[in-house]
Design a protein around this ligand. Sequence first.
Ligand code: ADP
Ligand code: 5GP
Length: 188
Amino acid sequence: MNKLIIFSAPSGSGKTTIVKHLLSLENLNLAFSISATSRAPRGVEQHGKEYYFLSADEFKNRIQHDDFMEWEEVYASCYYGTLKSEVERLWANGKNVVFDLDVAGGLRLKKKYPDQTLAIFVEPPSLVALEERLRNRKTETEEKIQMRLNKAEQEMATAHQFDVIIKNDDLQQALQEAERIVTDFINR
Ligand code: ADP
Ligand code: 5GP
């Protein structure tokens, strides 16, 4: 059975860092589901690598065509979604698919595929630490940092709805824990 491994957390918790580590472990046979988004690329991000970057109009068109497995307006006027075609392509290649989704999208996708999904919540040690990480990453304007922090508190309150919570305080420990949990799930 093709498996889905979903990572959700407030922005800045360390999802991308953990997911990148797991993708580097070839024995897990993982592939990343590249989402579509209407936000602009930041830094060195490339179309078809981190995201499929679409205009808001293109994104809405694809919603009309029922092209998404799930989508959310994660921030005001900023759409993010998982394309059915992306996941079908990876499943056809026999991969276990890893998703980086906001908490609403993560829980929605888990409901769609309850038996083959592991939904993981990545928890930062505190909101103060989260803010520090977002600032240190230096990828966001002050306005965007505030937008992400404003959402973080309500996102943290959904943690208990996930299958597992990984606390990302010490990074090496979090990476090891993620590795163990995902390996167990794939081999079960
Ligand atoms: P997300 O994908 O959840 O938005 P990132 O993986 O981009 O988060 O991590 C946010 C920032 O915090 C990055 O600069 C990353 O290097 C850093 N980071 C990740 N995990 C830790 C950790 N355990 N301790 C300190 N910094 C971390
Ligand atoms: P960022 O702009 O920092 O890359 O992502 C912002 C938020 O959007 C993160 O919480 C990320 O997990 C979420 N996200 C990315 N892709 C998708 C997607 O396809 N669907 C949903 N629901 N959320 C997504």
